[in-house]
Design a binder for this molecule. Structure first.
Ligand SMILES: *[C@@H]1O[C@H](CO)[C@@H](O)[C@H](O)[C@H]1NC(C)=O
Ligand SMILES: *[C@@H]1O[C@H](CO)[C@@H](O)[C@H](O)[C@H]1NC(C)=O
Ligand SMILES: *[C@@H]1O[C@H](CO)[C@@H](O)[C@H](O)[C@H]1NC(C)=O
Ligand SMILES: *[C@@H]1O[C@H](CO)[C@@H](O)[C@H](O)[C@H]1NC(C)=O
Ligand SMILES: *[C@@H]1O[C@H](CO)[C@@H](O)[C@H](O)[C@H]1NC(C)=O
Ligand SMILES: *[C@@H]1O[C@H](CO)[C@@H](O)[C@H](O)[C@H]1NC(C)=O
Ligand SMILES: *[C@@H]1O[C@H](CO)[C@@H](O)[C@H](O)[C@H]1NC(C)=O
Ligand SMILES: *[C@@H]1O[C@H](CO)[C@@H](O)[C@H](O)[C@H]1NC(C)=O
Length: 467
């Protein structure tokens, strides 16, 4: 009855009910060697989407001092080759955490000529009036050009680039697909149905996966000229969360993908595959694709369903979200977890309607959002939602967030923080309810009273948010 979308975004601590902006920067539009726009200003929480429209560029972070040298531990999209007449444009995104610091980027491509030396650079929040302006950065990049600079690249045949993406990305649906949530070897949802212009955004939540295009015939082999995010390792200390997206420009053909990681296990053969617009009633359904991927291994491992919930027990399912509810945009209800160091959810009860996304932002310490039942407030519900522990460093610029989408608003759901290390937080009243009726016998207060050793003053504001 309820589809689950788990999202880990880098979010500013300050942004509780974030209406983060999605900003689009094209890379190589019209076959140019340019980012467009070449410099932007953005606020903390905003998502900057780099859309690769031609050739084979990268978005690689550098510094003002060394414009054409990758910054150690900086963001790097890897090379994103775009075939002529591409059916989809790859998109790489970052979530901004700190808007008071300028960030500098370049395309690391230097196969034909150094694109950086040709001025293919980008800045975020560079102050136009300071010495470290975008202009000064670009000039410094161009000044690095040595002796003979080949004049390839600027010859443009603009009409060959599809224009569907630039127009489609704001009005279109954005699908969020979670990669490796909770350490699993899964895409969630594993298959979606999308229309031309829609954006599919992948969030790398753990380990070191990729989203790599293949074909139905060869599920675990990269498709020549296909989309490939490259490996996107995630460590707990990362300051930016990698995300990778593409915009669908042709919805008439199914697209097939896998994680090409094979270091520990062959993830594709474990069923870590994904499809767009695979017809469930055709021979090339998602289920058939996944079966073929798994059959390509000797073992009949069933890791594709690791961590799987029992939908009937919880009224929830982590499995395919219907395309209509996978959209990121409809009603977002934000809940702070541990605001100001408190042992609270704020607000502690919210009313949400079907289709709304409830997003928990972990603001301090090391809490969880774990589903329980009214009858047993401090016991995880079998098959229930569980964010796992989400530790937050005091010095962190980003906080983890965990979300799910409500499909059935007719029943109350109950949650707690399962942390017991210093104190049993649930018994301290750190509980949360969704759609609990204040006038019923299963109200939030009744729930909190049930197991609470003591009743806390709720520091956060009570609130009901619709939309
Ligand atoms: C981008 O750079 C140009 C040239 O330095 C400058 O005039 C403009 O204000 C900058 N735009 C932003 C948004 O910083
Ligand atoms: C791209 O599309 C155009 C127009 O349909 C066609 O003429 C051209 O051959 C295509 N190029 C490639 C490489 O497919
Ligand atoms: C943001 O960056 C500025 C400039 O580097 C720094 O002074 C400030 O402490 C940073 N803010 C956070 C929250 O890290
Ligand atoms: C993209 O560029 C990189 C670096 O020059 C190169 O290794 C890679 O083969 C290129 N990819 C394609 C598909 O041309
Ligand atoms: C996903 O695949 C399954 C199995 O083929 C199918 O039942 C379901 O309808 C598909 N969902 C979407 C959104 O395509
Ligand atoms: C990610 O996986 C690739 C392929 O197995 C490997 O080459 C790379 O070193 C890994 N990166 C990290 C940071 O573990
Ligand atoms: C978070 O809490 C869990 C459970 O008490 C613990 O195992 C884990 O080490 C903690 N993480 C951090 C970073 O403190
Ligand atoms: C609340 O009332 C409903 C019927 O109105 C009943 O089914 C349910 O068991 C009651 N719950 C508790 C905790 O008393």
């Amino acid at each position: 009855m309820l589809s689950l979308v788990r999202v880990t975004l880098a979010l500013s601590l300050a942004v509780l009910s974030a209406n983060a902006e999605n900003l689009l920067v094209t890379v190589g539009a019209g076959n140019s060697l340019a980012f467009s726009p070449s410099n932007i200003t953005a606020a903390a929480g905003d998502v900057i989407n780099f859309q690769f429209q031609s050739k084979n560029h990268s978005v690689t972070q550098s510094s003002f001092a060394s414009p054409c040298t990758p910054l150690a531990n900086g963001v790097d999209s890897g090379f994103q080759a775009v075939p002529v007449n591409a059916t989809a444009f790859p998109q790489f995104s970052i979530v901004l955490k700190n808007a008071s610091r300028p960030l500098f980027f370049f395309s690391a491509q230097d196969a034909a000529a150094s694109e950086c030396n040709k001025g293919m650079v980008f800045s975020l929040n560079a102050d136009a009036d300071s010495a470290n302006s975008f202009d000064a950065f670009q000039k410094a990049a161009e000044a690095l050009a040595t002796s003979t600079s080949a004049s390839t690249g600027k010859a443009a045949s603009p009409s060959s680039a599809s224009s569907s993406a630039s127009t489609g990305s704001t009005a279109a649906t954005t699908f969020l697909v979670d990669i490796g949530a909770g350490g699993s070897l899964k895409f969630n949802p594993p298959n979606i149905t999308a229309k031309a212009g829609d954006v599919v955004q992948f969030l790398f939540e753990s380990k070191n996966h990729s989203i790599t295009q293949s074909s139905f015939a060869s599920p675990c082999t990269p498709l020549a000229g296909g989309i490939d995010s490259g490996f996107q390792p995630v460590s707990e200390t990362d300051t930016e969360v990698p995300a990778f997206s593409f915009t669908l420009s042709n919805a008439n053909k199914p697209l097939f993908f896998f994680s090409k990681q094979t270091a520990v296990v062959n993830e594709c053969q474990q069923g870590m595959v994904f499809s767009v617009n695979a017809d469930p009633n055709s021979a090339e359904s998602f289920a058939a694709f996944q079966a073929a991927a798994m059959a390509s291994s000797g073992s009949s491992a069933s890791a594709g369903s690791a961590n799987s919930a029992s939908p009937s027990a919880s009224g929830l399912t982590a499995a395919p979200a219907a395309s209509s509810t996978a959209a990121a945009v409809p009603g977002l209800v934000s809940v702070g977890v541990g605001e100001g160091g408190s042992l609270t959810f704020s607000p502690s009860n919210v009313i949400a309607k079907a289709g709304d996304t409830v997003q928990f932002q972990f603001l301090s310490k090391n809490h969880s959002v774990t589903q329980s039942s009214f009858a047993s407030p401090c016991t995880p519900l079998v098959g229930g939602i569980d964010s796992g522990f989400q530790p937050v460093l005091e010095t962190a610029n980003q906080v983890p967030a965990f979300s799910f989408t409500v499909n059935d608003a007719s029943k109350p759901l109950f949650f707690f923080s399962k942390q017991t290390a210093a104190v049993n937080e649930c018994q301290k009243g750190m509980v949360f309810s969704l759609n609990a009726d204040a006038n019923s016998n299963e109200s939030f207060e009744a729930f909190q009273r049930r197991e609470g050793g003591c009743i806390l003053v709720i520091l956060g504001s009570w609130g009901f948010r619709h939309t």
